[in-house]
Ligand binder design. Structure first.
Ligand code: UD1
Length: 417
């Protein structure tokens, strides 16, 4: 069980490189199987979720090489169409293989991802989208799903909620389908625009990129391609929160300010001085954060993935703030841990009211999920004394080396086990 120890109240200063985006790289790696050849992805983060995706791709017959953030996937011969159950449990986003497996092989099998600490994680929208393209999907008992389609057919697909995963699954299934698919109500997250960019680089014909209506003209085959994954806006947002929690200034190299507009607006309202530059985002934080009232929402709204770090910031703010979580039903697990450090948080359904006027003190806490764990690290930077964050495996699912990155900025932080 890995633990991160932080000695708080050291201001941060310097530069940090922002790793490539996890949520862009994962569906791109899945999309690589649509091409009966080789795909090369650059700037792929070395994190546990990517290692898990590589193991799944190898289990279904791909050959993968991952060196210095460059992932090469050879998908000439697929040997099975079923995602092993152990991987589905380890990584719920493995569901994103359903669309590409169906598109490439005409059949696919996987399991219901099951709930997790941030909510029940249903996949009804994924299944609705794939069924609209002609897939027959059966539930075989024991949570197993089997999908089949001799040839997927382009269709009008409407998503009643802009689910990121469902948009990606429908997109990838539609690329090799017969005819044109018009996907309305699509999620507009920048990671989807990146996935579209990669698919088009392989020869797909997708238009409407960046909007909520994507038009996908089916093609009969794809070709080899290389693509560079953009910087991770959620990691960038996490590190901005860390600078705001500890005070100080930093340049986040590789962060794309255009994908962080709502975050920068919220953080500026909390007192951060922010400058978007060509090479990244610069932040300076001179005082404790001001309280704000914010709600999360699908892109371009404030990202739910930065809700927990925001909870930490409000816990050390100069008054009473509020967060309304509109994307996931049960995402305030970090609140209970923050309370162990002295935070005053009241959770009322989808709202959390936070009184930041009481100082945080270091304590033993536990990462309950990926972003909740990162939020505890941010809180540790603002707390007096030593904070020990246990169960850090959750954090390593999405951050290459949070201790390296923050100690490079002058934080007193280390992994102890
Ligand atoms: C992706 C991100 C995750 C981020 C989330 C929202 C990846 C690997 N993960 O997750 O980091 O927090 O987007 O920005 O990219 N829903 C349904 N039915 C469905 C699918 C989703 O009801 O079939 C609901 C979910 O329960 C949730 C909401 O829609 O309440 C958003 O989910 P979705 O956008 O699908 O998130 P993910 O793709 O799982």
């Amino acid at each position: 069980m890995s633990t991160i120890e932080i000695e708080g109240l050291h201001p941060l200063k310097g530069e940090v490189w922002i790793q490539g985006s996890k949520n862009a790289a994962l569906p791109m790696a899945a999309a690589a199987i649509l091409n009966r050849g080789t795909a090369v992805l650059r700037n792929v983060p070395e994190i546990h979720d990517i290692f898990c995706m590589i193991r799944i791709l190898e289990a279904i017959g791909c050959r993968c090489r991952f060196e210095k953030n460059c992932l090469t996937i050879q998908a000439e011969n697929l040997t099975r169409v079923a995602v092993p159950r152990s991987y589905v449990t380890a990584m719920r986003s493995s569901i994103v293989l359903l669309g590409p497996l169906l598109g490439r092989c005409g059949e696919a099998a996987t399991y219901y991802p099951g709930g997790c600490s941030i909510g029940s994680r249903p996949i009804n929208l994924h299944l609705h989208g794939l069924r609209s393209l002609g897939a027959r999907i059966r539930e075989l008992g024991d949570e197993k799903l089997a999908a089949r389609a001799d040839r997927l057919r382009g269709a009008k697909v409407i998503l009643p909620f802009p689910s990121v995963g469902a948009t990606e699954n429908v997109l990838m299934a539609a690329v090799l389908a017969e005819g044109t698919t018009v996907l309305s109500g699509a999620a507009r997250e920048p990671e989807i625009a990146q996935l579209c960019g990669f698919l088009n680089a392989m020869g797909a014909r997708i238009s409407g990129i960046g909007t909520d209506t994507l038009r996908i003209q089916g093609v009969s085959r794809l070709h080899d391609a290389e693509y560079t994954v953009a910087g991770d806006r959620i990691v960038a947002g996490t590190y901005l929160s860390c600078v705001m929690a500890a005070g100080g200034e930093a340049l986040l190299r590789g962060a794309d300010g255009r994908t962080l507009e709502e975050v920068l607006r919220g953080f500026a309202a909390m007192g951060a001085e922010l400058t978007v530059r060509k090479e990244g985002v610069f932040i300076s934080m001179k005082d404790r954060p001001l309280p704000v009232s914010l709600r999360t929402g699908p892109y371009p709204g404030f990202p739910t993935d930065l809700q927990s770090p925001l909870l930490s910031l409000l816990s050390v703010s100069r008054g009473e703030g509020e967060i309304c979580e509109t994307v996931f039903e049960d995402r305030f697990a970090a609140a209970e841990e923050l309370k162990k450090m002295g935070a005053r948080i009241t959770v009322l359904g989808s709202r959390a009211v936070v009184d930041g006027r009481y100082p945080l003190t270091g304590a033993g806490v536990r990462a309950t999920d990926l972003r909740g764990g990162a939020a505890l690290v941010a809180a540790g930077l603002a707390a007096e004394g030593r904070t020990r964050v246990a169960d850090c495996g959750h954090i390593f699912r999405g951050y290459e080396d949070i201790c390296r990155d923050l100690s490079g900025l002058g934080a007193d932080i280390r992994q102890t086990a």
